[in-house]
Design a protein around this ligand. Sequence first.
Ligand SMILES: Nc1ncnc2c1ncn2[C@@H]1O[C@H](COP(=O)(O)OP(=O)(O)OP(=O)(O)O)[C@@H](O)[C@H]1O
Length: 542
Amino acid sequence: MESNDFSFSLVSIVEDVLQQHITRSNDAGLLLPRKLEESSLRRYEAAAWLRETLGVSNGRDFPAEPSEEDFRLGLRSGIVLCNVLNKVNPGSVSKVVEAPDDVADGAALSAFQYFENIRNFLNAVEGMDLPSFEASDMEKGGKSIRIVNCILALKSYNEWKQNGGTGPFRYGSNMKNNFGSRKPFLRKSSEPFMSSMSITHSSTDQPLCSDGDSRSINALVRSFISDKKPEDIPSVVESVLNKVMEEVQQRLSIHNEMMKSSSKHIPEDVSSCETVVPSQQCEQDEEAEENIPLQVEEENTQRIDSEHYEEQKILLHQQKHIQELKQTLITTKTGMQLLQKKYQEDFFHLGSNHVNGLAHAAKGYKRVLEENRKLYNLVQDLKGNIRVYCRVRPFLPGEPTMLSTVEHIEEGTITIRVPSKYGKEEHKPFMFNKVFGPSATQEEVFSDMQPLVRSVLDGYNVCIFAYGQTGSGKTFTMTGPKELTEESLGVNYRALADLFLLSNQRKDTTSYEISVQMLEIYNEQVRDLLATDGQTKRYPLD
Ligand SMILES: Nc1ncnc2c1ncn2[C@@H]1O[C@H](COP(=O)(O)OP(=O)(O)OP(=O)(O)O)[C@@H](O)[C@H]1O
């Protein structure tokens, strides 16, 4: 359903207001009873014809002499109007929306259903060139006069048809139309109400009111001011205009409410409703008939323009969004590129400064370490490349202790008692790098040799050997006793253990190869003591 279903014209409002003023001014006179009587009689006539034509159908019959309110309410649903029209002109309203059986009037119908019937009825009536009325006339009291006119016109049409329907049907001579005649008033279906009035007036070059309208209004105005004093006319006109404004506003609010209501009830399949153009009461006018398709076409064109305008608005809106998204994308891309550049710079900075710094520090550390080793070995050199130590074996079990010749032992000196030729003892001192007494442990002896083992891993050649007479303790010092314990391990074991320990500590920087040989030199013969073939072989000296 479209807004044109609730249309009204400015002309009709002006007419209504003028009519009301005339009626009011006549209230005090003798015309009123006569007019009221005439109006009532016409309404009764219309009601009687409806009763006669439709009979008592679904409880919607009219009383024989309905009040204006009863009359209007009885027709409000549009069911009676559509049914009677279909009786007169079968098929005029193809589908009449019926009220539920238990409902007596149109009040229970939805606004959409109600206007569906009224709209269809009005369309059909206008198609038959019969006087019409406005849908809003059903809403207010005091508006039934045009509805009565329309029904009586339909009655007249029915009679013409029953009499054979010869010649064109001309309505008007047998009825009194208080509002005169008007051409159909076409309104643009898709436009807001106010703009539709202005378009009707200006852009289509169609006057707001036709010649008939002008004549009608002029007559009413003349009638209205005929009994007024000249000095009262301005204030009376002002009053009329105010009333017109009030009426327009009131109808607009009704129109808006109906629009809201209809939009809630609008069914999906309403395409058939969209091309209907309402018109007001009209006379037979062949020109109007020709204009209707043009106007409908123009209306459709404008509706399409409006739709295109909306589509373009949406399109522009979407294009704006796309532009914004593009801009965001560009900004994000630029941001990412900046981040990437900064990352590369940081990486380069880290690589060039930090990692290179670390490498430089490592290089420096290596250089310092190298220097440290050199200094260390220099210390070993300064301590003496050839060092001589003296170890005094303790007495073995069974040996008499009073036979010792050792007089005194100091850090690097051992004093020996030596018998002289003349029976007089002499004391003879001997100097060594260090002298170990009988109580010295294996560990103490090795501690003086350990720095030399470290020099081996720095690339220096080192030789440690024991010298002494038989049974003086060479094997004990270099290897250990027969029963080996951790404390009794000799220099060889301890030196090898130290070599493995240091090579393991330096495995990340330096790789060492360690091998062992054990030889015996006896009676000028060299023997390999680690031979695995079970026999001690002579070591090849060649
Ligand atoms: N510092 C010491 N403490 C205790 N016992 C020792 C010590 N030195 C040597 N002995 C003991 O003295 C004995 C002789 O020592 P060892 O065999 O080492 O002498 P040697 O010099 O190697 O003799 P050879 O030249 O005949 O081989 C061994 O029983 C040994 O255990």
